[in-house]
Every structure is written in structure tokens, then in C-alpha cells.
Design a protein around this ligand. Structure first.
Ligand code: SF4
Ligand code: SF4
Length: 116
């Protein structure tokens, strides 16, 4: 019997850092828009996997264009805590179920906020 495969990948689009986790059943997208991020570090403190770290906050305060939070994709469990607690909604999460038989991407894109 094959092990359940989990693929992860990271992508950058403009100010969005897109982390994806894919299994046969579903794809979870964690979208961090660093332009919305206030650098408060709440998410860094509460991430249960310690997958988040502060970026170069002092340089950012002086005008450097860089994300205030760095994501460790390997460590992230896609639990959605950062999404639920970020005061500026810089993190969003969507889940796409992949229908088992047809292998079609379905319907169901839910905002993790809705589960809060
Ligand atoms: S909680 Fe939100 S605003 Fe605060 S550092 Fe994390 S992503 Fe940025
Ligand atoms: S989804 Fe969960 S594990 Fe991943 S960065 Fe956010 S709080 Fe941490």
C-alpha cells in the first residue's frame, strides 16, 4: 500500500506568498499578503508548529520592501491559526476538495475565516 502523499510548494505573486499543500483529496492554499501585514508578530507567537519567523523588521521600518513574516513551508501544518488570529487579515486560507472519482476540482472553496 502506498503512503499518502503530501506535496507542498511555495510561490510568490506580487505581494502574495502562496503556500500550497496537496493530497489526492484536497489542496489547501495559504495566502500571505505581506502588504497587508502590520508586523505585529502575533502569528509568529501563536503558530503551533513554529513555522513563522520575523523577517527583517528594522529594515522594513526603514523602507525595505520585504515580508515582515517568513514561512517555513516544511514546518507548516496548514492549521489555519494564523488566518484566524491575524488582525489585518494578511493570511487567508482556501480549501479545494478534489472529487475522488473524476479527479475534478470541485466547488467548495471555503474561507477559513468562516470556520472561526
Ligand atoms: S498576525 Fe497578521 S499582521 Fe501580525 S505579523 Fe502576523 S500576518 Fe502580520
Ligand atoms: S497554518 Fe498553522 S502551522 Fe501554518 S503558519 Fe499558520 S499557524 Fe503556523
Amino acid at each position: 500500500m502506498a503512503m499518502m502523499e503530501i506535496e507542498k510548494e511555495m510561490d510568490v505573486q506580487d505581494s502574495h506568498i502562496l503556500a500550497r499543500q496537496r493530497t489526492k483529496e484536497r489542496e489547501i492554499l495559504l495566502d500571505y499578503d505581506y502588504k497587508k501585514c502590520a508586523g505585529c508578530s502575533i502569528c509568529v507567537a501563536l503558530c503551533p508548529k513554529k513555522a513563522l519567523q520575523e523577517g527583517p523588521l528594522q529594515e522594513i521600518a526603514k523602507g525595505l520592501d520585504a515580508p515582515p513574516v517568513l514561512i517555513d513551508l516544511d514546518a507548516c501544518a496548514f492549521c489555519g491559526m494564523c488566518v484566524n488570529f491575524c488582525p489585518t487579515k494578511a493570511f487567508r486560507m482556501t480549501v479545494a476538495e478534489i472529487a475522488a472519482k473524476e479527479n475534478k476540482e470541485a466547488v467548495h472553496a471555503s474561507d477559513a475565516e468562516a470556520q472561526a
